[in-house]
Design a protein around this ligand. Structure first.
Ligand code: AMP
Length: 188
């Protein structure tokens, strides 16, 4: 699930996980849990999250790989918020490269205009109180998406697995489109 902050990837990934009985692996959630638990990783990651910067790969890749491998052994997974850089895309590929019959099958880009993202994130700040949903940090996170994550769209497009979904519609319509797409790809 490749999408800027506020596009609805958490909501949609939750629904996919529930519908198909797969793991929802959300790196932002995992990192916030580490921060809340004041673990070593959490203490190191905290300032990156607060600024809206990406945390360094060495703090994150092992955590993600463990979750991915456990999910592979079960029913599969949907990645929400990972990969966010070309290096991470390569790491995501490597995590499962040696496992027979396992591959990243679809990259879903939820596309939402910047003004709509801003207003959704401000609304989320009010409802969820996330520390990184404040104005200056919102702008920085949108910028980080643009500079570091957007190049992944081309990476997956050139591999023939990118699917662009209009994320500005009602969440139920977005879910319907994603599920229809996955079914048409024979992934369900
Ligand atoms: P999210 O909940 O996906 O919006 O992520 C919240 C924050 O967690 C981001 O702004 C980053 O600081 C950090 N984060 C989440 N996923 C990653 C990732 N794949 N790589 C680096 N940092 C991440």
């Amino acid at each position: 699930m490749l999408a800027p902050p506020g596009a609805g990837k958490g909501t949609q990934a939750d629904r996919l996980a529930a519908r198909y009985g797969i793991e929802h692996i959300a790196t932002g959630e995992m990192l916030r849990a580490e921060v809340a638990a004041t673990s070593d990783i959490g203490r190191e990651a905290e300032s990156y999250l607060a600024r809206g910067d990406l945390v360094p790969d060495e703090l994150l890749l092992d955590l993600v790989a463990r979750r991915v491998l456990a999910a592979v052994a079960a029913n599969g997974y949907v990645l929400d918020g990972f990969p966010r850089t070309l290096d991470q895309a390569e790491a995501a590929h490597q995590m499962v490269a040696n496992l027979d019959g396992v591959a990243l099958q679809a990259a879903l880009h939820l596309k939402v205009g910047t003004d709509e993202l801003r207003s959704r994130l401000r609304a989320r700040a009010a409802s969820e109180g996330r520390q990184d949903d404040i104005d200056g940090t919102i702008e920085h996170r949108l910028d980080v998406f643009h500079t570091q994550t957007e190049p992944l769209l081309e990476y997956y497009r050139s591999r023939g697995i990118l699917h662009v979904i209009d994320g500005e519609r009602h969440p139920d319509e977005v879910t319907d489109e994603i599920m229809a797409l996955l079914e048409s790809l024979g992934l369900t």
